[in-house]
Design a protein around this ligand. Structure first.
Ligand code: NBG
Length: 791
C-alpha cells in the first residue's frame, strides 16, 4: 500500500467512521482513522487464515489466560504490515506528527507483568508462525491501576480507563454470547447430573485480530465482557427506583470490571473465582461450538483442540470440560476425564506458595456446586489409578488448583530450565514421581518484532545494514553479527546507537521528571513488578552504600551512574510499597547532593508499563536481574535487555542461567548464592545478622535509613523494613549484599574500557537469538500441542 492510498483510506475513515473533516480532526480522530485504515488491512489476511484453518480442519490452539498485557497495538500492526514509512508519510501529509499519533493510543494494560506480557508475545509469535490459535481472556474495563507518587514518595493508585475512548482494534460480537451460571443446585438424572444455577451473566465476545510478521497470518484474541442477561429492571425504573433498575447490570458487569492488581498472591475472593470460571466456561463453550461445526465425533476432540492453561487461573477448565462432555453430552465419566486431559496442558509460572491458588471447598461448593462434585470424583479416580500417591487435589478443606491442573493436563511445563527442575523437585514432587513424562521445560521468549524492531529502530537498522534483513523472523541469524563485532567500525556504530537512545531517554527524563541526567553515564536499570524476591531493596541499599563511598572519596575514579527504577507494587503489598517509598526518598536526597551530582543520580518514573519499557530498554547499559535464586521462575525483561545490548548483573535464577550460557560467562556479571545455597543459608537463623556484622558498608547503609536520613529525620519511618532485614530477611538481601557490591565494582571496571564494554554488549545482542518467543512457540507446537505451522 502506498502512502497515497493510505492517505485516502485515512480520509475516508475520518469522514465516515469519525464523522469529521480534516480541518476539524483532533489527534484522537487522526489516530482512530489511521487505526481503522490499518485494521482494514488486517482483515483480509485474518479471513484468509480463518478460512485456511477451517478448510484444513486443522487442530487449533486455545490459549486461556487471565491476562494479556498487549500494550499499544498501532505501531506494531503498522510495522508487521510493512507500512511504517507509508503511514509516516500519509499522516505527515495530513498535517499531523506520526509519533504524536502513535503516542495517543492508550496502553492496554490487561495484565500485571511477566505472565500477561508473555501471553502477548506468544500471540505475536503464533501469528508469525502461522499456528492457528485463539487467545481467550477477559475484556477488563479497567486494566492495571495507574501509579503516581505522592509528595512523600508513596505509591498512589488510581483507576485506569483505557476503554473510555472507543477501542479501535476490536470487533464486538453481540451474537456470540453465552450464559455463564453460578450457584444453584445439582439434580441427579440417570447417570449424569443436571446443574441448575441460580444466577447467570452473559459473556459477550470482543475480537481483536492479531497480525503476524509481514501480514502473512492473523489469529484472534477473543476477550469476554460480562453483561446482565436482563439489562434493566423496567418495573423498578417506573416506580422511581433508578438505582435498583440498573442494579442487575452493575452486578453483572463487576465480573469484567477490574483486573486483580496482584500477580503473585491470591486474594481468595469470590469475585476472582467467578472471573476465572466466567472466561474459562465461555471459552470452552465457544471451543466446543466451533468443534461441533466441523466434526460430530467427540473422541476426535484432542486431535482438533489444544487448550493451554496459562497458570492455574483457568484450572477450572478441567472439571468444566468434563462436565460439558459427561453431563451435557453423555460421555462416560472416565472417558470424559481422559478426553479432557488429552486436550489440556498447564504452564506453571511461579513456585511462590502464596501464588498457588487454593479455594475453600465451601466457596467452591457455593459458587460451582457441580464442579465441586466433579473435582472430588477426579481426585478419587486419580487416587484409584495411582494407589501409592501422596499428593491430593483436596486437602484440609481446600481445592488445590495446581494439583488439579496437573492431574487434568497431559503436559505440564515450567518456564526456564532451573524453574522446571524446581517444579519437579518441590511443588509437584509426588505427582512427578507418578507421571515422570508429564513435566517438560519450555523456556520463555520475547517477540523480536516489538522488542527489537519496533522498540529500537536504530539498532534494527544497524543490524539490517550489517547482516541484511530476515532476522526479524529468524532471530538466530543475529549470530552473523559476530565477525562484524570484531571490527572497530561496527563497535563505533553500535556505541553510537546506544548513545543516541540514551540521549532520547535523558531528554524524556528531563522533561517528564525534571531530573537532569548525564547521558554519558552508565544507565543502570531495574524495571519489573515490586516484590521482595525481586529485591529492589538490595539495589537501593547498594546505592546508599555507593553514595557514602563517593562522598568520602569524591575525586576517586568512579563510574558515573544513572540508576533507573520502574514498576508497581500490588496495592495491598505493604512491604513492597515501603520499598517504593524508600527509593523515592533516597532519590530525593541523593539527587540533591551537589557533591555526588555528576556521579550518581536516581530516577524512578511513575506508572511503568509496556510503553515505558519500550522506551527504557533500548537505552540501558546495565540490566538488574537480582532476584533471590530459586524465586524468579524465568523473567522475560532480562531477555529484552540482553537482546538490546545491555549487560546483565544477575543471580543464577530463572532464565538468567540460560542467558549467561548463551552470551558467555565473560559477558555477564554474576553474583550471589545459588538456589541450593539460599536454602542452606536459611538454616542458620542468624544469617542476616552475621552478614550485617561482616559488612561495614551494609551496616552503614541500614543505619543511615534508621537514622532518618531519608525521612526528614524521622527514625521510625522505615522501621518495619529495616527490622525485617535485621531479623527475618527471607529473601537473603543481607547475605548477598557483599557479593552484589563486588560485582557492581567489576561493572565499574568494565565500564572504564568502553570499547570492550561495547563489544560485550554487542555480543549480548548477537547471542540472544534463542530468546525469541518464536523458538518457544515452535517448541510448544511440537512438544505439547502437536500442531504443524500453516505457513
Ligand atoms: C511470572 C514469573 C516470571 C515469568 C513470568 C512468565 C507470574 C505468576 N509469574 O518469572 O514471576 O517470567 O511469569 O512466565 O506472573
Amino acid at each position: 500500500m502506498t502512502a497515497n492510498a493510505l492517505r485516502d483510506a485515512i480520509l475516508k475513515h475520518l469522514e465516515y467512521s469519525q464523522g469529521k473533516d480534516l480541518a476539524n480532526a483532533s489527534l484522537y480522530d487522526m489516530r482512530m482513522a489511521l487505526t481503522l485504515a490499518i485494521r482494514d488491512k488486517v482483515v483480509e489476511p485474518w479471513f484468509r487464515a480463518n478460512r485456511a484453518s477451517f478448510q484444513a480442519q486443522s487442530k487449533r490452539v486455545y490459549y486461556l489466560s487471565m491476562e494479556f498485557l498487549i500494550g499499544r497495538l498501532l505501531e506494531d500492526a503498522v510495522m508487521n504490515l510493512g507500512l511504517t514509512e507509508a503511514a509516516h508519510e500519509a499522516v505527515a501529509g495530513l498535517g499531523h506528527n506520526f509519533r504524536d499519533v502513535l503516542d495517543d493510543e492508550p496502553d492496554a494494560a490487561l495484565g500485571n507483568g511477566g505472565l500477561g506480557r508473555l501471553a502477548a508475545c506468544f500471540l505475536d509469535s503464533m501469528s508469525t508462525l502461522g499456528c492457528p490459535a485463539y487467545g481467550y481472556g477477559i475484556r477488563y474495563e479497567h486494566g492495571l491501576f495507574r501509579q503516581s507518587f505522592g509528595p512523600d514518595g508513596r505509591q498512589l493508585e488510581s483507576a485506569e480507563d483505557w476503554l473510555r475512548q472507543r477501542h479501535g482494534w476490536e470487533f464486538a460480537r453481540p451474537d456470540t454470547a453465552f450464559q455463564i451460571g453460578f450457584g444453584g443446585i445439582v439434580a441427579e438424572s440417570g447417570r449424569a447430573a443436571v446443574w441448575t444455577p441460580d444466577n447467570a451473566v452473559l459473556a459477550k465476545a470482543y475480537d481483536t485480530p492479531v497480525i503476524g510478521w509481514q501480514g502473512k497470518w492473523a489469529n484472534t484474541l477473543r476477550l469476554w465482557g460480562a453483561e446482565a442477561i436482563d439489562a434493566f429492571d423496567l418495573d423498578a425504573f417506573n416506580s422511581g427506583d433508578f438505582t435498583g433498575a440498573a442494579a442487575p447490570e452493575a452486578l453483572a458487569r463487576t465480573i469484567s470490571r477490574v483486573l486483580y492488581p496482584d500477580d503473585t498472591t491470591d486474594q481468595g475472593k469470590e469475585l476472582r473465582l467467578k472471573q476465572e470460571f466466567f472466561f474459562t466456561a465461555a471459552s470452552l463453550r465457544d471451543i466446543l461450538r466451533r468443534f461441533s461445526s466441523e466434526c460430530s465425533d467427540l473422541s476426535q476432540l484432542p486431535n482438533r483442540v489444544a487448550i493451554q492453561m496459562n497458570d492455574t487461573h483457568p484450572a477450572i477448565a478441567g472439571p468444566e470440560l468434563v462436565r460439558l462432555l459427561h453431563d451435557e453430552r453423555g460421555m462416560g465419566f472416565e472417558t470424559a476425564v481422559d478426553t479432557a486431559r488429552a486436550c489440556l496442558a498447564y504452564t506453571n509460572h511461579t513456585l511462590l506458595p502464596e501464588a498457588l491458588e487454593r479455594w475453600p471447598e465451601a466457596l467452591m461448593t457455593r459458587v460451582l456446586p457441580r464442579h465441586m462434585q466433579l473435582i472430588e470424583r477426579i481426585d478419587a479416580l486419580h487416587a484409584q489409578r495411582h494407589p501409592t500417591r501422596q499428593a491430593t487435589i483436596l486437602e484440609g478443606g481446600e481445592v488445590k488448583m495446581g494439583e488439579l491442573s496437573f492431574v487434568m493436563a497431559h503436559k505440564v511445563n515450567g518456564v526456564s530450565a532451573l524453574h522446571t527442575e524446581l517444579v519437579k523437585s518441590t511443588v509437584f514432587n509426588d505427582l512427578h514421581r507418578l507421571h515422570p513424562e508429564r513435566i517438560i521445560n519450555q523456556t520463555n521468549g520475547i517477540t523480536p518484532r516489538r522488542w527489537l524492531k519496533g522498540a529500537n529502530p536504530r539498532l534494527s537498522a544497524l543490524i539490517s545494514d550489517t547482516i541484511g534483513s530476515g532476522w526479524e523472523a529468524d532471530l538466530e541469524r543475529l549470530r552473523d553479527l559476530e565477525p562484524a563485532i570484531e571490527t572497530p567500525e561496527f563497535r563505533d556504530a553500535f556505541a553510537h546507537v546506544k548513545s543516541r537512545n540514551k540521549s532520547d531517554l535523558a531528554q524524556w527524563i528531563g522533561q517528564d521528571m525534571g531530573i537532569k541526567v548525564n547521558p554519558e553515564a552508565m544507565f543502570d536499570v531495574q524495571i519489573k513488578r515490586f516484590h521482595e524476591y525481586k529485591r529492589q531493596h538490595l539495589n537501593i541499599l547498594e546505592i546508599i552504600a555507593l553514595w557514602q563511598e563517593i562522598r568520602e572519596n569524591p575525586t576517586a575514579n568512579w563510574a558515573p551512574r544513572v540508576k533507573i527504577f520502574g514498576g508497581k507494587a500490588a496495592p495491598g503489598y505493604v512491604m513492597a510499597k515501603e520499598i517504593i517509598h524508600l527509593i523515592n526518598n533516597v532519590a530525593r536526597v541523593i539527587n540533591a547532593d551537589k557533591l555526588t551530582r555528576d556521579l550518581l543520580t536516581v530516577a524512578y518514573p511513575p506508572n511503568y508499563n509496556v510503553t515505558m519499557a519500550e522506551r527504557l530498554i533500548p537505552a540501558a547499559d546495565l540490566s538488574e536481574q537480582i532476584s533471590t535464586a530459586g524465586k524468579e521462575a524465568s523473567g522475560t525483561g532480562n531477555m529484552k535487555f540482553s537482546l538490546n545490548g545491555a549487560l546483565t548483573i544477575g543471580t543464577l535464577d530463572g532464565a538468567n542461567v540460560e542467558i549467561r550460557e548463551l552470551v558467555g560467562a565473560e559477558n555477564f556479571f554474576l553474583f550471589g548464592m545459588t538456589a541450593d545455597e539460599v536454602v542452606a543459608c536459611r538454616q542458620d537463623p542468624a544469617h542476616m545478622a552475621k552478614a550485617i556484622a561482616r559488612s561495614q558498608r551494609l551496616t552503614r547503609a541500614i543505619e543511615l535509613i534508621e537514622s532518618g536520613t531519608f525521612s526528614h529525620g524521622d527514625a521510625s519511618t522505615y522501621r518495619d523494613l529495616t527490622h525485617n532485614l535485621r531479623t527475618h530477611d527471607y529473601f537473603t538481601v543481607c547475605a548477598d549484599f557483599e557479593s552484589f557490591w563486588d560485582a557492581q565494582r567489576q561493572v565499574d571496571q568494565a565500564w572504564f574500557d568502553r570499547d570492550n564494554w561495547t563489544r560485550m554488549a554487542a555480543l549480548n545482542t548477537a547471542r540472544s537469538g534463542w530468546l525469541s518467543s518464536d523458538r518457544t512457540i515452535k517448541s510448544y507446537m511440537q512438544d505439547i500441542w502437536s500442531i504443524a505451522p500453516m505457513i
